[in-house]
Write a protein that binds this ligand. Structure first.
Ligand code: NZQ
Ligand code: ZN
Length: 394
């Protein structure tokens, strides 16, 4: 496939970069809406560092706090009101993917002809002019710090959906891996599962034809995350581990890895249904689904790709037959997620039963990635196939 590659986000990476934050914000104006989550940035001291830096330089701060994991569209709408009322010039999101995505929703809606971001999500309004966004990333996971997507939840409708638009790339992102030392083990593990799944879902497990150079880089990023996640879990302050995970997060989903690939992120489509209905942690849902999905699609056509993944990234013996190697790959992924990363292995452990599987599967197969009622990636899946994969994950 032909492709266009563009990524305009400027990244400041490392422990000494935060002092550049005021000068970057001032390029857009003095009035800043600081968007953050449930308080981790107050506990780890980042809030104090940032507010002092900005106030010293005469920037005027407004705040939207309490952004939920799986951010609600209603929280976005509260931010829109603040921006309009105060004439905010620039958004500053300090947090993980949820906080950044909430800020992207605000950026898209402020100048739109509606008070409700959901009208943009549903395509009733289109995205035009947006507010500029600067981010300070606090969790290595989603890639939102360097991509143009935002995932938002409408709780009353049980829908998790999103906005994708080239004007939603952050203008600038600050990535200081030392900030992620305070990320709890559960979120570290879930974040790493998310990074791994971005590579698998948008690139590695797509239809097989793609550039060998990209496939090799995808494998290198996978090996990096597989190597450093256990280190970060054992030693939360290990800078080398946190730095590798943070940069992997940004590169797994910043448009580079899937140049020319026909994308259909099947695991994400299914997981977004789970978190829309049960408000679970995104990366954990992906980890539970992945081995079951691979097992379900394993056949003569898919075995070579699954086997290569195991041989290149998970220590599977290259001397095995393709089918044996693919089976060993699936076992190795289960071991990685459910033993090494310490994540629980079943949907029922998250309080999920099969009562909504049919509805979720129908939604997956009639969404963005399934225009003809099927999901097409390494294998093609119907709604009935999605139900079976969910049942295997119980
Ligand atoms: O809210 P606070 O108090 O900040 O705590 C958060 C939250 O409880 C905590 N945390 C974050 N940084 C921390 C920290 N705790 C201690 N120290 C730190 N340095 O971690 C918890 C989870 O945060 P959240 O932002 O929800 O996690 P994540 O970055 O995994 O984001 C998940 C959301 O992003 C969406 C997911 O669906 C989900 O809604 N995604 C966004 C994507 C995108 N925009 O491109 C792509 C992804 O595939 C994904 O769908
Ligand atoms: Zn993801």
């Amino acid at each position: 496939m032909d492709f266009v590659f563009a990524n305009p986000t400027k990244v400041y990476f490392g422990t000494s970069q935060l002092p550049h934050l005021p000068e970057e914000l001032l390029k857009f104006g003095r009035k800043v809406l600081l968007v953050y989550g449930g308080g981790s940035i107050k506990k780890n001291g980042l809030y104090g560092r940032i507010t002092s830096l900005l106030e010293e330089q005469g920037l005027k701060l407004f705040e939207l706090s309490g952004v939920e994991p799986n951010p609600r569209h209603t929280t976005v709408n509260r931010g829109v009101q603040i921006c309009r009322r105060e004439g905010v010039d620039v958004l500053l999101a300090v947090g993980g993917g949820s906080t950044i995505d909430c800020a992207k929703g605000i950026a898209a809606t402020v100048f739109a002809d509606t008070d409700d971001v959901w009208e943009l999500v549903e395509g009733k309004q289109s995205i035009g002019r947006t507010l500029p966004l600067v981010t300070v990333l606090t969790l290595a996971a989603t890639g939102s710090e360097m991509d143009c997507g935002a995932v938002l939840s409408n709780v009353p409708l049980n829908i998790k959906s999103g906005l994708i638009h080239e004007s939603l790339f952050p203008a600038v992102s600050f990535e200081d891996p030392s900030i992620t030392s305070s990320v709890p083990a559960y979120q570290t593990a879930s974040g790493s599962a998310d990074i791994i799944t971005h590579i698998l879902d948008v690139a590695y497990l797509s239809k097989p034809r793609q550039m060998e150079m990209l496939r090799n880089i995808q494998e290198e990023v996978l090996r990096t995350v597989i190597k450093f996640t256990p280190v970060a879990l054992r030693e939360p302050d290990n800078y080398e581990a946190r730095a590798n995970l943070m940069w992997a997060s940004s590169w797994a989903l910043n448009n580079f890895m899937y140049c020319g690939v026909q994308q259909c992120p099947i695991l994400h489509a299914i997981e977004h249904e789970l978190s829309a209905h049960y408000d679970i942690t995104h990366g954990h849902g992906l980890a539970i689904l992945t081995p079951r999905y691979l097992k379900y699609i394993l056949n003569a056509a898919t075995a070579p790709v699954i086997a290569r993944l195991g041989v290149q990234c998970l220590g599977v013996d290259a001397a095995l037959t393709e089918h044996q190697a693919a089976t060993a790959t699936i076992e190795a992924i289960s071991k990685l997620y459910f033993e090494t990363f310490g994540l629980s292995s079943t949907l029922s452990s998250l309080g999920i039963d099969d009562s909504r599987f049919e509805r979720m599967a129908q939604a997956c197969c009639h969404g963005l990635f399934a225009p003809d009622g099927q999901l097409h990636a390494l294998a093609d899946l119907s709604a009935q196939d999605v139900v079976e994969i969910l049942k295997l994950s119980l």
